[in-house]
Design a protein around this ligand. Structure first.
Ligand code: GLU
Length: 382
């Protein structure tokens, strides 16, 4: 029990993070009895988000609530819904959810952008690159993406169903260094606190051991799909992708400010960071589907930290699709790295040696300036 008894690892401070994903559950956001958004609470949370944003951080929101809001409007019965009813509820509720987020953020000078994702958008590399690029562009422009699962089209087989794991995938996909899970409990306890008076909160989890997983147990409330188990599953995804995660009580007003002020919470620490974890994933976990040969100038540019442009490519080999992992070889044939390629093999072949300015005229449609973006690349020795 040593790691639980005496956490030697100190909890990080919120100010040390650069890109933060805040996950808000339905039971926090929606007044169950009235089926409406808890406006005062949301205004206070929006203040906290605006303060993170003002300090120069990138902020992303993963917000549940579409089904909880829509089911009231449609007067659906309490209890579990049939799939088509939850899809219908989500269709109605998501409009209201997006509007209210846009309103509260805009009142603080922040532009919101709605992104609805399905499991495939985060798990299939080609689509993953699209979602990642859109999120990246929005935060570059200082907008706050407000993300939810696309519950209107998600079916049982292809849905997350809980926004805890969705938020963790979004956080790693967006290379966020922190995920804040606002919950209706202030953290992970050694035992369920409502059943066991001796249960103690664990402030820091340096590593997710079998013992930690056992503490998570089961249980979920009617409105929020995720119990502690899905939160620990989310933590595994997050820390594996180089993202720290904190579970905190979202019920009081200004829940993020409360973390800063030292409120109870549980930190799950990653030994890595998003850049290293992503490079490891590209270098080690993916089967290369082809090869891109580059000239000496491009090889030098890559070593200096640049992206691979079509102009520096001399030959492409293999039947790869956009988003696949390919080997990068220098003029002597040595592997200098691997990366996720932004074009299918046929398009990449047409772009060999071409200036990025010519992409639109060569392909007949605009495309990305880089054949392999720097962030999608792991060089040998990286
Ligand atoms: N995506 C669902 C919604 O917005 C909620 C899933 C969850 O509560 O975790 O209603």
């Amino acid at each position: 029990m040593t790691q639980v008894e005496s956490p030697v690892t100190p909890a990080p401070t919120l100010s040390s993070f650069r890109r933060v994903v805040v996950k808000v559950g339905s039971s926090l956001l929606v007044d169950q009895a009235r089926g409406e958004v808890k406006r005062d609470w949301l205004e206070a949370l929006a203040d906290d988000i605006a303060s993170l944003h003002r300090d120069g951080r990138d902020v992303l929101v993963v917000s549940s609530g579409s089904i909880a809001l829509g089911r009231t409007v449609l007067k659906l019965p309490r209890g579990p819904l049939r799939l088509e009813d939850s899809q219908a509820a989500a269709a109605v509720g998501q409009i209201a959810l997006a509007r209210i987020w846009a309103e509260v953020l805009s009142a603080r000078g922040i532009t919101a952008g709605q992104i609805l994702v399905t499991l495939n958008d985060t798990e299939e590399r080609r689509r993953y690159l699209n979602a990642r690029a859109t999120i990246g562009r929005l935060v570059e422009m200082r907008a706050v993406p407000v993300i939810n699962e696309n519950d209107t089209v998600a079916t049982t087989e292809i849905r997350y169903g809980d926004n805890d794991r969705l938020a963790a995938r979004v956080a790693t996909m967006a290379s966020a260094d922190l995920l804040v899970l606002l919950s209706d409990i202030d953290g992970l306890y050694t035992a369920p606190p409502h059943e066991n008076p001796d249960a103690r909160l664990i402030p820091v989890v340096p590593r997710i051991s079998a013992q930690i997983e056992a503490m998570a147990g089961g249980a979920a409330s009617e409105l929020s799909r995720g119990g502690m188990r899905t939160k620990v599953e989310a933590a595994k995804i997050a820390v594996g992708g180089g993202t720290h995660m904190v579970i905190a009580d979202g019920r009081p007003r200004h829940p993020i400010q409360r973390i800063v002020d030292g409120a109870n919470c549980t930190w799950f620490l990653t030994p890595s960071n998003p850049v290293t974890a992503r490079k490891k994933w590209i270098a080690g976990s993916l089967e290369p589907r082809g090869t891109v040969h580059v000239d000496a100038g491009a090889a030098r540019a890559l070593m200096r930290g640049g992206s691979l442009l079509p102009a520096g490519v001399t030959l492409v080999e293999g039947a790869f699709a956009r988003g696949d992992c390919v080997l990068i070889r220098d003029a002597g044939g040595a592997e200098i790295g691997r990366g996720l390629v932004a074009y299918d093999a046929a398009e990449a072949g047409q772009l060999v040696g071409r200036n990025s300015r010519d992409i639109e005229s060569v392909l007949g449609a605009p495309g990305r300036a880089q054949m392999i973006h720097r962030d999608d690349m792991a060089l040998v020795g990286d």
